[in-house]
Structures are given as structure tokens and as C-alpha cells.
Write a new protein. Structure first.
Length: 76
């Protein structure tokens, strides 16, 4: 007999970011600017390194897009 488990709803919207996750991303940005690698930050926070890279690069890229020029405040 085949398992007929319900399929996930892929059309739902992502959850809005919380203040806590925003603050954590700002901490990650500060640590990356201090020279810590995404892997080291991820170990410290118990997350996947890709999560650190994705979150911090998204902020950097948004800043670049808004500024319309190179944003020099990011060390990575």
C-alpha cells in the first residue's frame, strides 16, 4: 500500500522576519566584518553556514541596490 501523506503547500507565503532574526542577522554582519568566517559564525549559533551567508549577503545586496553604488562598509 502506498503512503498518501499530504503534500506541503508550496504556494504559501514565507513567514515574516521577526525582530529576533533581524537582530541575529545584524550580529552576524558585525562578526563577518570582524573577519569571522560564515562557518565559524554558524558553529557559534548552531546553524548551517549557508544560512549565515544567505542572510548577510541579502542585507549587503539590498544595501547596494538601494545605494545605487558599491557599498564599502562590508568586509566580505
Amino acid at each position: 500500500m502506498r503512503d498518501h501523506a499530504p503534500k506541503p503547500d508550496l504556494t504559501s507565503r514565507p513567514k515574516p522576519r521577526s525582530r529576533e532574526s533581524d537582530e541575529r542577522t545584524l550580529e552576524w554582519i558585525a562578526l563577518r566584518n570582524e573577519g569571522l568566517s560564515a562557518a565559524r559564525i554558524a558553529r557559534r549559533y548552531g546553524v548551517n553556514p549557508g544560512s549565515v551567508v544567505h542572510a548577510t549577503n541579502a542585507v549587503r545586496d539590498a544595501d547596494r541596490a538601494e545605494a545605487g553604488e558599491s557599498v564599502s562598509g562590508y568586509a566580505w
